[in-house]
Every structure is written in structure tokens, then in C-alpha cells.
Unconditional design. Structure first.
Length: 167
């Protein structure tokens, strides 16, 4: 189940909470939004796109998700943008806040869930149709969950561009 602004969608049962965590996001420029057709949909339809992206995650990754929630918000607030060092017209599609699994040890526990926030407004502004929106939502969900697995932005961009060497 996916939730709106302050209701939380649980990917898995929360077993701990947010401590000294990381803050990483998917930055986008709004220049594309001005040229795009600005397709929009209801909140419920948008949340369904996020749910679909989560369902399509490979099983081996879904099985490793613990203590994480995904929420949909309309826009990143000014405080978040400032914290991320983002100035208009740039904004965020998504944001991961938490302690990635590479930094969790035996002391990790009794903490609030990590949070992936998907921002509906900028994604809608940049899309001309539902297909494009579904692709951006999927890519953003996967990018933010990559941070949960300990990947930094540079590594994520190399993977997204197909430049990551096989292991």
C-alpha cells in the first residue's frame, strides 16, 4: 500500500529507525519541464505508478529491503532543497534519507525506517504522457533504492548509463 504526504507506505515491516543517516536525491533541472507537455494524473494514479515500480523490483533486491518506507509528496520543500544545495529552477524527483545497508552494523536497531520520497510535481511537469511518467517514476524509485543499497550518485549514474563493469 502506498500512502500520501504523511501516511507512510511500508515496503516491508519496519524493524528499526533513522539514525545518523545519509541524504541523497535525484536532481533534475526544470528546463525540460518548460518544453514538455506537462501530463498530469490523479494522486492515486501516480501512487499506482510508484507501486508498480516497487512490484517490478527483482526478487533478490526486494528480499533485502528492511526498515524502509516509500512516500509520495507533491514537491520538495524549501528546507529540503536548501539542505541538498539545490537552487531553483532545479528540483528533485526523489530523495533517500536513511542509513544505507553498507553502514548498518550490530549497533543498528531501534530506529525509524529509512525513507524514499518520490516528488509528484516535478515528474508531472517533465512528462508528456503516462508512459514517460511511468518510466521516470521507475527510474527514480530504482535510483533512490540504489542509495539504500549503498551506491553513491556517481556509481548510480554509471550504472544508469551502462558504464558499470561486469563483476
Amino acid at each position: 500500500m502506498l500512502a500520501t504526504r504523511r501516511r507512510t507506505v511500508r515496503l516491508v515491516a519496519a524493524r528499526a529507525a533513522l539514525g545518523n543517516g545519509r541524504l541523497t536525491g535525484c536532481l533534475v533541472g526544470l528546463g525540460a519541464a518548460l518544453a514538455a507537455g506537462q501530463f498530469s494524473m490523479t494522486r492515486r494514479q501516480f501512487e499506482a505508478l510508484v507501486e508498480r515500480a516497487l512490484r517490478k523490483l527483482p526478487r533478490r533486491f526486494k528480499e533485502q529491503l528492511a526498515n524502509i518506507v516509500v512516500v509520495v509528496e507533491d514537491w520538495a520543500d524549501d528546507e529540503t532543497l536548501e539542505e541538498m544545495g539545490i537552487e531553483p529552477p532545479d528540483t528533485l524527483y526523489g530523495l533517500y534519507r536513511g542509513v544505507d545497508i553498507t553502514h548498518r552494523d550490530s549497533q543498528y536497531g531501534n530506529v525509524l525506517p529509512d525513507t524514499v520520497t518520490i516528488y509528484r510535481g516535478p515528474i508531472e511537469e517533465d512528462c508528456e504522457d503516462e508512459e514517460e511518467m511511468a518510466e521516470i517514476v521507475r527510474d527514480t524509485v530504482m535510483h533512490e533504492l540504489g542509495h539504500y543499497f549503498g551506491l553513491d550518485d556517481e556509481t548510480m549514474h554509471r550504472i544508469e548509463d551502462g558504464d558499470e563493469p561486469e563483476r
